[in-house]
Design a protein around this ligand. Structure first.
Ligand code: FE2
Ligand code: FE2
Length: 237
């Protein structure tokens, strides 16, 4: 069993394979985490937003498309996937906390350090353990089909932290469409308020707050937590 990090794209099943696509995103994430490390705290927000836009759809599509397959094909798939779901849950909770902390808050450095640590651990667990195990069980043609399905979900998945929503189907798949629409609207509004005219800024901030409240209302619908393991459940926010 070889880590994805030690294998070429053709070993992984070619450019369409889910393993190649995963590794490509993980390399991008490592680059962004290094950039974050080199950036002064006051200027870190734009880098963090790029990290969130990469990480949340990526992880959401793993939970919706890939982990159910691992649970089917591996005898210990339940324990293996639960561990990464717990890592994803911690990322969701840390980002939710960070978004509420001012840049000079005393617990911000430790929260950020832990976020970077969990993100790096998640990549290692997937590249060194989960995906090589999947590779042993599944032929390259199926890895390519999974690559197409994972990419389709990734492109339309929510782009923000949602710690209240289930990390498993059916809750997360029901949540995908409404939360994705609201998240992408919020991304657009936030982008406009950062780059637009100052005279529009307060209206855009009001719109962003309204969309945030709407996203929270969707998250708390009971159906969004169906399928959840108790260890990744969070009730409040
Ligand atoms: Fe991944
Ligand atoms: Fe992950």
């Amino acid at each position: 069993m070889r880590s994805l990090a030690e294998q070429s794209d053709s070993d992984l099943g070619g450019p369409v394979s889910v393993l190649t696509r995963q590794k490509r995103d993980h390399v991008k994430l490592n680059g962004l985490l290094d950039e974050l490390d080199r950036t002064e705290p006051a200027d870190q927000d734009p880098v963090l937003r790029r990290i969130y836009r990469l990480v949340f759809p990526h992880a959401f599509a793993e939970e919706a498309v890939l982990w159910p397959v691992l649970r089917r094909v591996l005898p210990d798939g339940e324990a293996l996937t639960l561990q990464v779901e717990q890592e994803h849950q911690e990322v969701n909770e840390l980002v939710t906390k960070l978004e509420q902390l001012p840049v000079d808050a005393p617990d911000r450095p430790a929260t950020l350090r832990r976020l970077v640590e969990v993100l790096r651990e998640d990549v290692r667990d997937e590249e060194d353990a989960l995906f090589p195990r999947l590779q042993e069980k599944v032929p390259p043609a199926q890895l390519r089909r999974l690559g197409v399905a994972w990419e389709a979900v990734r492109r339309t998945a929510p782009t923000r932290a949602h710690p209240v929503v289930a990390r498993r189907p059916p809750g997360n798949t029901v949540a995908a469409v409404p939360l994705s629409v609201v998240d992408r609207l919020r991304d657009g509004v936030d982008f406009a308020s950062q780059h637009g005219r100052t005279k529009d800024a307060s209206a855009l901030k009001t719109a962003s707050r309204g969309l945030t409240r709407f996203a929270h209302a969707i998250e708390h619908l009971p159906i969004m937590t169906r399928g959840e393991d108790p260890s990744t459940h969070r009730t409040g926010r």
